[in-house]
Design a protein around this ligand. Structure first.
Ligand code: AMP
Length: 252
């Protein structure tokens, strides 16, 4: 089984992002960037499949600026075999990325394409679903367990009020949720080894995909500042505040 894992370079989840003064987007100057956390989980699962002998190769793909090479090197250091960068200076959108991943998955003959359930910068939660639709193959989103069978997968996914288990024939698209696993840290020897692992570039033109954004960001704004809390002296006062000030209780 050959595995393709999509990894996006995003603002590190520890960074408190700042909105640009003109409201046109997020200020990315001197901000720490990292691999999207859900993609680390997808990659960890792929590496575990290879370690268990269920997969032959793990290929990671990123669509993004030249600096996304660092993200791909981090993926190689975690244990991916090979990396592909599709360079673009454009802001990437789920449909464009899904079109790129489809072409690469077909060229590579990938049996399973693993993605994060969402990228934490745009929170779109669309790329995996669009990719499965373009590839006309099965999808399982928000995986919290993946079992590999003969030519098929059993995926447990988190849904409202419980867990659902799906069986999918391969090839398939799976997006992963937080509870699937805990990604490993890359060891120093593996970081050194990753420097000599193959990292190739394929231009969007070569793939035949137009990555120009189709959506315009109209405005980005800070959430309203939180007002401070206050102590109440009785349950009645609390209920009154919830009913009259917060408007979250009716007729209490
Ligand atoms: P999204 O639909 O944007 O929330 O992203 C869902 C998943 O698609 C991410 O967790 C990544 O696995 C993948 N993905 C999205 N954008 C990119 C990108 N530019 N390069 C590589 N993978 C991406």
């Amino acid at each position: 089984m050959k595995l393709l894992v999509a990894v996006k370079r995003v603002v590190d989840y520890n960074v408190k992002v700042r909105v640009k003064p003109d409201g046109s987007g997020i200020d990315l100057q001197n901000v720490k960037m990292s691999m999207n956390p859900f993609d680390e989980i997808a990659l960890e699962e792929a590496i575990r499949m290879k370690e268990r002998g269920q997969a032959t190769e793990v290929v990671v793909v990123s669509v993004g600026p030249k600096q996304a090479q660092e993200t791909l090197r981090a993926a190689l250091a975690m244990g991916a075999d090979r990396a592909i960068l599709v360079p673009t200076e454009e802001r990437t959108e789920p449909l464009g990325v899904a079109k790129v991943l489809k072409v690469i998955a077909e060229r590579e003959g990938a049996d399973l394409i693993l993605l994060g359930k969402q990228a934490i910068d745009d929170d779109s939660n669309q790329t995996g679903q669009m990719l499965a639709a373009l590839m006309l193959c099965g999808q399982a989103c928000f995986a919290s367990a993946i079992n590999v069978g003969d030519g098929k997968l059993e995926v447990t996914r988190e849904i409202d009020g419980g867990l659902e288990t799906l069986e999918l024939p391969l090839p398939a698209v799976v997006t992963v949720d937080l509870r699937l696993n805990e990604p490993r840290y890359a060891s120093l020897p593996n970081i050194m080894k990753a420097k000599s692992k193959p990292l190739s570039e394929i231009s969007p033109d070569d793939i035949g995909v137009d990555l120009h954004p189709r959506l315009a960001v109209v405005r980005v704004s800070e959430p309203p500042a939180r007002t401070g809390g206050r102590m109440v002296s009785s349950v009645d006062e609390l209920l009154a505040a919830l009913r009259d000030e917060a408007g979250v209780l009716k007729g209490a």
